[in-house]
Design a binder for this molecule. Structure first.
Ligand code: ADP
Ligand code: MG
Length: 560
């Protein structure tokens, strides 16, 4: 049948150029990516066969097979999984869907040093394309489970790829064949046709993959099936002492499609009537779509070591949607659906327990490793704070894990607890101000009296801050109070004018107050004298129960 040639999207072409010139120093990881894709495809086929027993597919020996041909310098990674239709190949392999890619490329061109570029590449998980780090030509042959025929895709990574519909049935699943770049005689370490090398890479990066990864005998006529290169042991079921950090990190990368190490690994073993094991990870970087509706959760559900589903939203509350990992429950049906999970009492209990565990880990991180905590909170604090509104049960745990920018120390955010400990004698409230940025808040006239008196103010700049301060109301019995609202009594004099004095002042300024009130009648409720300012002549204040100016802006921006 006819072969058609297509051009890569501009972004895909640029990304391929980067791959071909291999800015990523650790080229071995291409195999991890191909094995990871194959493993996903096997999971998908097993689930599809479970749901539909009329599906025409053989699931009796799902596995991954690596074949090499040293003469021809080829390496093939073959799976008998779900496969792809013609349209899926052209959609999934021919283009780069990720909208962040253009931005990535711009940043990559800026990043001169390899390390920076490596980090950026990792942000997007270039998966399949990483083959071009080691290959000068890649061929993919695939057949979608239940369909006849097949599709062949080829590319030299240079700007075009070809697509061909096959007349004959291709084998079940997908085979990716790399034609390896010419060998460097001085570089034995990167000979990807060498058996020891492939063993080493699979062991190192893919040991936990739950499907056997086999190496085909080099002479092609090995008797029977080769032993798996990987142990297939579920990391979450193994004792902590037996598993290295590197092994945990590789599992994280497989689940999250992130190329970088996670910030923190969290383990939980629950025994009793409802047994489960959880292995959760805090990523080091927020994804681009964290605040969009179709953001995917990264927690996989297993039942007794068998993969059940990806992105299982029932396992953790929405404000922890960035957490990745695995939950393996002993007593669930293999057929369990998302709907059933949402309703299940045991799952709801597990959800609460996991949330508490994650929050406790964040709190521990804060004291144990302030630097890593700071990274975490910068990336995910705004999401976690949503929980102050949506999860009243865990409010204390969230506040114990949270820190806030403060006028007390520009470089060190504070906990509410530390704020309260620093409160002066006459101070009964916890003061905060919301705004777009630290600078905008600090320039606000509302801050003047606080600065003059040396009263600490929390500087809240995330949109969610507008909402949780109201929902939470008090901390440790102290009201949370906006410096931009109502009359403020700073205790030791400011705003503490005696009644007689005030009357006298009001009289003195009656004329100017009257004039201002008249001129501003359409815009403000009242014009009054204030002692809250030290430099600015006037400022606008809300009533104590009005919404704050920043919230007003937010609503306005939302068109309300
Ligand atoms: P990712 O795995 O992060 O989605 P990849 O570039 O590795 O990105 O793969 C892109 C997509 O191509 C996958 O999401 C999957 O849908 C499809 N794909 C890749 N390899 C296979 C395979 N062996 N079998 C079936 N589908 C595959
Ligand atoms: Mg992949």
């Amino acid at each position: 049948m006819s072969t058609q040639t297509f051009e890569f999207q501009v972004e895909a072409r640029q990304l391929l150029q980067l791959m071909i010139h291999s800015i990523y120093s650790n080229r071995d990881v291409f195999l991890r990516e191909l094995v990871s894709n194959a493993s996903d495809a096997l999971d998908k086929l097993r689930i599809a066969a479970l749901r539909d027993d009329s599906l025409d597919a053989d699931v009796s020996d799902l596995h991954i097979l690596i074949e090499t041909d040293p003469e021809a310098r080829t390496l093939t990674v073959r799976d008998n999984g779900i496969g792809m239709s013609y349209d899926e190949v052209s959609e999934l392999i021919g283009t780069i869907a990720n909208s962040g890619t253009a931005k990535l490329l711009a940043e990559l061109r800026e990043a001169k040093d390899g390390a920076g570029a490596e980090g950026l590449i990792g942000q997007f998980g270039v998966g399949f394309y990483s083959s071009f780090m080691v290959a000068d030509e890649v061929t993919l042959v695939t057949r979608r489970a239940g369909e006849g025929g097949g599709t062949r895709w080829t590319s030299r990574g240079e700007g075009t790829y070809t697509l061909e519909r096959l007349d004959e049935d291709a084998p079940q699943g997908t085979a990716v064949t790399l034609h390896l770049k010419p060998a460097d005689p001085d570089d034995q370490l990167h000979d990807y046709t060498a058996e020891w090398k492939l063993r080493e890479i699979v062991k190192r990066y893919s040991d936990f993959i739950t499907w056997p990864v086999r190496l085909a005998p080099a002479d092609g006529d090995g008797d029977g099936e080769a032993a798996a290169l990987n142990s297939m042991k579920a990391l979450w079921a193994r004792p902590r002492e037996e598993v290295s950090d590197d092994e945990y990190h590789e599992l994280y990368k497989h689940i999250s499609h992130d190329w970088r190490d996670p910030l923190e690994t969290i383990r939980l073993q629950a025994e009793g009537t409802f047994e489960y094991q959880a292995l959760l990870f805090l990523p080091a970087h927020a994804p681009h779509d964290l605040f969009t509706r179709d953001h995917k959760r990264g927690v996989q559900l297993y039942v007794k070591r068998v993969f059940i589903m990806d992105d299982c939203e029932a396992l953790l509350p929405s404000y922890l949607r960035f957490v990745k990992g695995v939950v393996d429950a002993a007593d669930l049906s293999l057929n369990v659906s998302r709907e059933i999970l949402q309703q299940d009492r045991q799952i709801q209990r597990m959800n609460r327990r996991l949330a508490k565990k994650v929050l406790a880990s964040v709190k521990d991180l804060r004291t144990a490793d302030p630097e890593r905590y700071a990274t975490f909170w910068k990336e995910f604090g705004a999401v976690v704070k949503e929980g102050l509104v949506t999860d009243p049960d865990n409010r204390d745990a969230i506040l114990a894990a949270a820190t806030f920018a403060t006028t007390h120390d520009e470089d060190a955010p504070t906990t509410l607890k530390d704020y309260v400990e620093r409160m002066g004698e006459g101070q009964s409230d916890i003061y905060f101000m919301t705004g777009e940025s630290r600078q905008a808040i600090e320039n606000s006239p509302h801050m003047e009296a606080f600065r003059a008196k040396g009263v600490e103010v929390l500087l809240l700049t995330d949109p969610v801050d507008e909402v949780w301060v109201d929902a939470v109301g008090t901390f440790d019995g102290k009201p949370l109070r906006s410096v931009a609202k109502g009359e403020i009594d700073l205790g030791d004099g400011a705003g503490d004018t005696s009644d007689a004095e005030r009357e006298k002042l009001d009289e003195e300024y009656a004329a100017v107050l009257g004039w201002l009130s008249e001129r501003l009648a359409d815009d403000v409720k009242e014009v009054r004298l204030s002692s809250r300012l030290t430099v600015s002549p006037a400022c606008v204040v809300s009533d104590a129960d009005d919404i704050t100016p920043a919230l007003e802006n937010m609503y306005r921006a939302m068109g309300q």
